[in-house]
Design a protein around this ligand. Structure first.
Ligand SMILES: NC(=O)c1ccc[n+]([C@@H]2O[C@H](COP(=O)([O-])OP(=O)(O)OC[C@H]3O[C@@H](n4cnc5c(N)ncnc54)[C@H](O)[C@@H]3O)[C@@H](O)[C@H]2O)c1
Length: 306
């Protein structure tokens, strides 16, 4: 049985990945400092090894990596406001965490690292068309800069140590269990309470929302097919504006909420990016698959379980 370590595995994406890998018969270790609580369900908790620890603690991380075949490195500080308020810690967790994961892989002979990067590193590059992995990136926040640094670090690690790696550029992942640092659960909360759904700015800014199940499926397919060092967009390839997202969520929840438009706080640099949509062609060439859940379907699925 293949043994997999997931850092940040108690979080939104990591817990969904851990649950699926467990169902598929993998031996899973989750390593997380529980900064955001624990999103793993009880059944999965019974079937995995759980280690409460910080990715900046090399000794504990290294011990937890023993015997593993692959590492998904997902532990991170995220959320636009949180990152804006804590840029140094955000970068520390990224850079020290990555260095420790890399060293643990070297020390334990682990040949595969899959790292959660972000579409945020495209910054203002994504204006005219769906961005592919070749476009020149434009990281603007401490978070996006550290993610790009780690992508380059992984490329060097492959050159120097032969460790295979994938940087997964996630595009606005959404799904059940996500917390209200992100826009989709925030709108659901407001809609369910019949409170105003608060949209920052004009609401014309677009994003590419990718459903959690599709994201997890892409991660597992890439783990099975990876070789060398590569970057992949995990994108739904559908551009939707935040105003429409608010309308969809109001409809799905049958809510009486008003949709209101408020000025974004200055520190929310991310909202100054007007458009973002990704191409998943490279993912499709490597795995035969690309995300395919339509936003309305994904929102319905969330509403069924919240
Ligand atoms: N959710 C998205 O739309 C999205 C988009 C792009 C990239 N990503 C990346 O995907 C990964 C997972 O994101 P998520 O949405 O599941 O976020 P999340 O906040 O739900 O999960 C992150 C997990 O990391 C843990 N963590 C934080 N600091 C840690 C530390 N120092 N040591 C150990 N654990 C620590 C947290 O407790 C949490 O469980 C992150 O690397 C994130 O940057 C997410």
């Amino acid at each position: 049985m293949k043994k997999i370590l997931i850092t940040g595995g108690a979080g939104f994406i990591g817990s969904a990945l851990a649950e699926k890998l467990c169902q598929d018969g993998y031996d899973v270790t989750v390593y997380d400092n529980l900064l955001r609580g624990n999103k793993l369900d009880t059944k999965t908790m019974e079937n995995i090894t759980f280690v409460k620890g910080d990715v900046r603690d090399y000794k504990l991380l290294n011990n937890s990596a023993k015997g593993c075949d692959a590492i998904f490195h997902f532990a991170a500080i995220l959320g636009v406001d949180i990152v804006a308020d804590n840029p140094i810690e955000t970068m520390d967790v990224e850079t020290i965490g990555m260095r420790n994961v890399a060293n643990a892989a070297i020390e334990n002979g682990i040949k595969k690292i899959l790292y959660a990067s972000t579409s945020g590193i495209y910054g203002h590059s994504a204006m005219e068309q769906a961005v592919d992995e070749e476009i020149i990136v434009d990281p603007r926040t401490s978070y996006a800069m550290a993610k790009r640094y780690n992508e380059i670090y992984l490329a060097a690690l492959h050159e120097e140590k032969g460790i295979h790696s994938v940087a997964l550029r996630f595009f606005n992942v959404y799904g059940p269990k996500q917390d209200n640092r992100m826009v989709v659960p925030r709108f659901f909360e407001q809609a369910k309470a019949n409170k105003p759904i608060t949209v920052f700015g004009t609401g014309e800014q677009t994003r590419d929302f990718t459903f959690i199940d599709d994201t997890v499926k892409s991660c597992i397919l890439l783990m099975e097919n990876m070789k060398g060092n590569a970057i992949y967009n995990i994108a739904n390839e559908s551009e939707g504006c935040i105003k429409d997202l608010a309308v969809h969520i109001k409809n799905v929840t049958n809510s009486d909420s008003e949709i209101t438009y408020i000025e974004a706080p200055k520190k929310r640099y991310d909202y100054e990016v007007e458009r973002r949509v990704g191409s998943s062609e490279k993912l499709k060439s490597a795995t035969g698959y690309k995300p395919d859940t339509k936003l309305e379907q994904g929102l319905e699925k969330i509403f069924k379980v919240i």
